[in-house]
Design a protein around this ligand. Structure first.
Ligand code: G3H
Length: 496
């Protein structure tokens, strides 16, 4: 087990001697008492004092925008980021292994998460080199040259989710840093140990106080920081309930900028002219890969009535064929669930659907074996059920039979969420009209394919309760900075 005691504040790796939180793997191992979740180690439960030290360090390094980091040259920040990514790469084996054990993600996807994060950082460096550098000089009055710069926003509190603890967290952390902000990073309560190997890399690559990493309960660490009013940007990926609480804790909400990626209820729409084999494959993977624990997972499937029986027959076979296994087994899609409370929440949703006339239609769906949860396909789902509206974030697939496409359009218009949708069909004219209707409801429409965030250079955002601010490589650089202009007469403002 890794009994982590270290955290990073003001360029120093400190050793914690107070209370810790045990971290158990979702993977069960055989013990004398039968299968038990493996103890992976522990992580510090820091308090308000350590969190405040981290805040003060970040404020000190930012120095109201006059610190070494926010005023550093482009080349200087790039050098720091390159140093970090090099050190990070040397930790690949350790981080990937911890990802598998800690969050139950299969080996291929754990490796992909690491590799796409490295690629993301390299792409960010390239985008930063080009940012507003070629077209931003203009003459707006006789003899006066305006030069646009992107300036940092201040102190950023960064928190990522358990399901993509490295990749999604870094899609806010990296752009925040490279744009000259200073950061306090607190990992989620699941997916925490994998950050331990990166502490030295952070410490050795950035000036002291620029990046501070604290561990512990949100209530003890994050709450007190928000109430100081000294957090300039809240970068949070998780539930809208937590985001609301944190935003409301800030005493000057108008000063707080938020970059949020929250819930989604991404629908798949299967039209009666769809290639059903393709739709079934994409819908099964889209709703159930990594047990449906992706914000971009398909969380409800609308199928046109005259093809719904055929779709369901094929879909159940596909779900049955999904590979179960431990995270290190190649191709395992159904792996142990890392959230202990998830099976109970899914049960509640299914029971509510049953009360309103739906049932689990696949044999064994919804059964629990230790930390494995058998995917459940629920049909016929309708608008009286919680499963119709609420995000399940797990291996339960609601299917709705629809008659007229207007019903689905109405669903999306009324939904609290607006992240992505998938449309399956072959009639180009009908698809084109539908695309025109639906593109304004979400931020990405996927035609004949499942929803997904990647590649990470694509803009990633959400309407309504699904998010605020855009993440991607170039968009995120803008999200974590502000446009400032230097207007000058007879001074060569091109030299930065
Ligand atoms: O939880 C949401 C993740 O951003 C999903 O990312 O679509 O690339 O798997 P992905």
């Amino acid at each position: 087990p890794v009994h982590q005691k270290e955290y990073l504040v003001n360029g120093e790796i400190k050793i914690w001697s107070g209370p810790v939180q045990d971290i158990f793997s979702p993977v069960c191992v055989q013990t004398a008492n039968g299968p038990e979740q493996k103890l992976l180690g522990s992580t510090p439960l820091l308090t308000e004092t350590e969190a405040t030290d981290a805040l003060n360090a970040a404020i000190g390094a930012y120095k109201n925008g006059t610190g070494e980091w926010p005023t550093m040259s482009v080349e200087g920040r790039i050098r720091a980021m390159e140093k970090f990514v090099k050190a990070m790469k040397s930790k690949r084996t350790e981080v990937v292994k911890t990802l598998m054990w800690e969050i139950g993600k299969n080996i291929k996807d754990s490796e992909k998460e690491f590799d796409r994060t490295v690629e993301y950082i390299l792409d960010t460096i390239e985008a930063y080199k080009k940012l507003d550098r070629t077209s931003s000089n203009f003459q707006f009055e006789q003899g006066i040259i305006g030069k646009i710069r992107r300036s940092p926003l201040g102190v950023v509190l960064c928190m990522g989710p358990y399901n993509y603890p490295l990749n999604e967290t870094f899609t806010t952390l990296i752009p925040a840093l490279i744009m000259g902000n200073t950061v306090i990073f607190k990992p989620a309560k699941i997916g925490v140990l994998l950050h331990r190997p990166l502490l030295e890399a952070f410490r050795d690559s950035f000036p002291k106080g620029v990046i501070n990493v604290v561990f512990g309960r949100g209530r003890a660490t994050v709450g007190p920081l928000m109430t100081t009013g000294k957090i300039d940007v809240l970068a949070f990926i998780g539930t809208s309930k937590s985001a609301n609480i944190m935003k409301m804790q800030h005493p000057r909400p108008n000063r707080l900028r938020s970059v949020l990626a929250l819930e989604a209820k991404n629908p798949a729409i299967v039209l009666n002219h769809a290639d059903l084999d393709l739709a079934v494959k994409e819908c099964a993977l889209g709703s159930l890969s990594y047990n449906g624990q992706r914000c971009t997972a398909l969380k409800i499937i609308f199928v046109q009535k005259n093809v719904v029986d055929t779709f369901i027959n094929k879909f159940l076979k596909e779900v049955e064929g999904l590979k179960w296994g431990m995270p290190w087994e190649n191709g395992a899609q159904i792996t142990p669930l890392p959230e202990p409370e998830k099976p109970g929440l899914l049960k509640e949703l299914i029971e509510d659907a049953e009360v309103h006339g739906a049932k689990v239609i696949n044999a064994g769906g919804g059964t629990i074996e230790h930390t494995f949860y058998a995917p459940a396909v629920v049909y016929p789902v309708n608008n009286k059920m919680k499963l119709y509206y609420e995000e399940q974030f797990g291996p339960v697939v609601p299917i709705v039979a629809y008659d007229k496409i207007e019903e689905v359009i109405q669903y999306m218009v009324e939904s609290n969420y607006g992240q992505q949708a998938s449309i399956f069909g072959t009639d180009n004219d009908e698809m084109a009209t539908l695309i025109d209707n639906l593109v304004n409801q979400v931020c990405r429409l996927n035609i004949n394919s499942q929803c997904q965030r990647g590649p990470d250079v694509y803009p990633f955002t959400g309407r309504k309760d699904s998010g605020e601010g855009t993440l991607s490589v170039s968009d995120a650089l803008r999200t974590f900075s502000i446009r400032s202009m230097v207007a000058a007469k007879e001074i060569d403002v091109n030299k930065e």
